[in-house]
Design a protein around this ligand. Structure first.
Ligand SMILES: [Zn+2]
Length: 164
């Protein structure tokens, strides 16, 4: 299914790609502006990752890497709402004991106190081996979020996951 964007600056799609419901359609299904669709279809947004270079350095997983990997493999969420992101939740996933865990920490906010990401941290005891910031209210790919945890373990920084 090809994707389009709307050229109407006031369109509620906000320039985000969308698919059409009817073949040969030339008006935007959200703002109904005629001939507002871009001529060339654009690719659908996909789940992206990005190392947050400014985040705090983490511990090296070292000999724990296999167990960290086993804990990451349990992750099966593909979305986090802004309401969920606001609430901390310990032991979202654990490996063997509560000491080896992924916790949902406090939210990431922008400068205007709007919640932008849920923050998840993988810890063994007091050592942090990986963590991700998951953009709120987006349907993401759980496998890419798992990959983001692995990228974080390698980079020893938080990794952002978002649609782009
Ligand atoms: Zn539109």
């Amino acid at each position: 299914m090809p994707y389009y964007t709307c050229r109407n600056g006031a369109c509620p799609t906000g320039g985000q790609p969308f698919s059409l419901t009817g073949a040969g359609q030339t008006y935007c299904p959200r703002c109904n502006t005629p001939n507002s669709l871009t001529a060339a279809p654009v690719a659908a947004p996909t789940t992206q990752t990005r190392v947050i270079a400014t985040s705090n350095a983490m511990h090296a997983a070292g000999g724990a890497a296999d167990e960290v990997e086993a804990l990451i493999a349990k992750w099966d969420l593909n979305t986090v709402s802004d309401d969920e992101a606001r609430k901390t939740k310990d032991y979202l996933y654990t490996l063997g004991s509560n000491s080896k865990r992924i916790d949902r920490e406090g939210p990431v906010n922008n400068g205007n106190r709007v919640v932008t990401h849920g923050k998840f941290r993988l810890q063994f005891g007091s050592k942090t081996y990986a963590g991700v910031w998951v953009k709120v209210n987006e349907i993401l790919d759980a496998a890419v979020i798992r990959r983001a945890f692995r990228e974080s373990m390698a980079a020893k920084r938080y990794v952002e996951v978002y649609l782009g």
